[in-house]
Design a protein. Structure first.
Length: 285
C-alpha cells in the first residue's frame, strides 16, 4: 500500500503523475485497503488524481473501488460517477451488484450531486436492475434526463422503443410475465429428444435476451443435460449473448468434461467471452 502521505509532496496537476498512477493501478490491481488509506489521508488535492487513475487504468477492480468511494460519501460525487463509468467501459459486464447498487441509489435523488451522471453510468454498467427506475425517468421534467434514461435503457435491454414510457412499461411487464410463466417450460424442452423442439425452445429463449446476465448462466446450467447438436447450439448462444456471468461455471464444466467434441465447444465459447474485454462496446455518451 505504501505511504500515502508521500502524495502530498507531488504536484496533483502533473500529467506525468496521472499517467504513472494509472500504470501502477494496471500493474498492481489494488485492493480496497489502498482506497481506504487514500480516503483516510483526506488530502483532496491528490484524491481526484487517484480517482482519474482508477478510471484510466482499465482494470476490473477499479469499478468496485470507485463504487466504494461513492459509499464513503467522498465529496466529488459527480466526478467519481463519471470515473466509474469510464472504468466500466474498459471491461465487459456484468459487474458486482454492490457496485451497481451504489450508482443505482443515486437515481432516486434527482436533486443530488451526481444524479445526471448516474443515469448514464448505470447504462455503462449494463445494470439490468436499474431498468424499472429508468423507465420512470422517461417522464422526468428535464429533457436531458429523459434522453439519458432512454439511452441507458436501450443499451441495457437491447430494445429499441421510442422514448414513450407506456411502451417501455408494457414491455417490461410482459417480459417479466414471460420469464415466470413461459421460460421454465422452454428450459425443460432444451434437452428434448426431438432436435426440432430443442432448437425451437432455444430460439424463443434468445428472443428474450433481457436480462441477458441471467439468461447466460441459466443456459450454462442446462449444458450437463444436453447432448450433440443441442449442446453445441447452447454454447454458441452463450457466446453470442456476450455476458461474462457464466465464465466460472463454464470453466468448471470444461474441467470436468471428458468428451473431446464437447470440450471443443466449451473452449470456443470461453474464448469468445474472454475476448470481450478488447471488444467492449464504446457508447457515444
Amino acid at each position: 500500500d505504501g505511504d500515502v502521505d508521500t502524495f502530498e509532496e507531488l504536484d496533483p496537476t502533473s500529467a506525468a503523475l496521472r499517467a504513472a498512477l494509472a500504470s501502477i493501478v494496471r500493474r498492481c490491481k489494488p485492493q480496497p485497503s489502498v482506497l481506504n488509506a487514500l480516503i483516510a489521508a483526506g488530502t483532496n488535492a491528490y484524491t481526484p488524481v487517484v480517482v482519474e487513475a482508477f478510471a484510466a487504468s482499465g482494470v476490473r477492480e477499479a469499478v468496485d473501488l470507485l463504487a466504494e468511494l461513492l459509499r464513503a460519501n467522498y465529496g466529488r460525487r459527480a466526478a467519481t460517477v463519471i470515473a466509474l463509468g469510464r472504468a466500466a467501459l474498459a471491461t465487459p459486464p456484468p459487474f458486482e451488484q454492490r457496485a451497481c447498487a451504489a450508482v443505482r441509489a443515486l437515481l432516486d435523488h434527482p436533486d443530488a450531486d451526481g444524479f445526471r451522471e448516474a443515469v448514464i453510468c448505470v447504462g455503462r454498467l449494463d445494470d439490468e436492475g436499474a431498468a424499472a427506475r429508468l423507465v420512470e425517468l422517461l417522464d422526468a421534467d428535464d429533457a436531458g434526463v429523459r434522453a439519458d434514461a432512454h439511452w441507458s435503457l436501450r443499451r441495457i435491454t437491447g430494445a429499441r422503443f421510442s422514448m414513450q414510457r407506456a411502451h417501455w412499461s408494457r414491455w417490461l411487464h410482459d417480459e417479466s410475465q414471460w420469464w415466470s410463466e413461459r421460460a421454465p417450460d422452454l428450459f425443460d424442452a432444451l434437452d428434448s429428444a426431438d432436435a426440432r423442439e430443442s432448437a425451437t425452445a432455444l430460439n424463443e429463449l434468445l428472443r428474450h435476451r433481457f436480462p441477458r446476465h441471467e439468461l447466460a448462466p441459466a443456459l450454462a446450467k442446462s449444458l450437463p443435460q444436453l447432448e450433440g447438436a443441442a449442446f453445441d447450439a447452447v454454447c454458441v448462444a452463450i457466446a453470442q449473448l456476450g455476458s461474462r456471468a457464466p465464465t466460472a461455471l463454464l470453466a468448471e464444466l470444461d474441467e470436468r468434461e471428458t468428451n473431446a467434441a464437447r470440450r471443443a465447444s466449451l473452449g470456443a465459447c470461453r474464448a469468445r467471452l474472454q475476448s470481450l474485454g478488447a471488444a467492449a462496446p464504446k457508447p457515444v455518451r
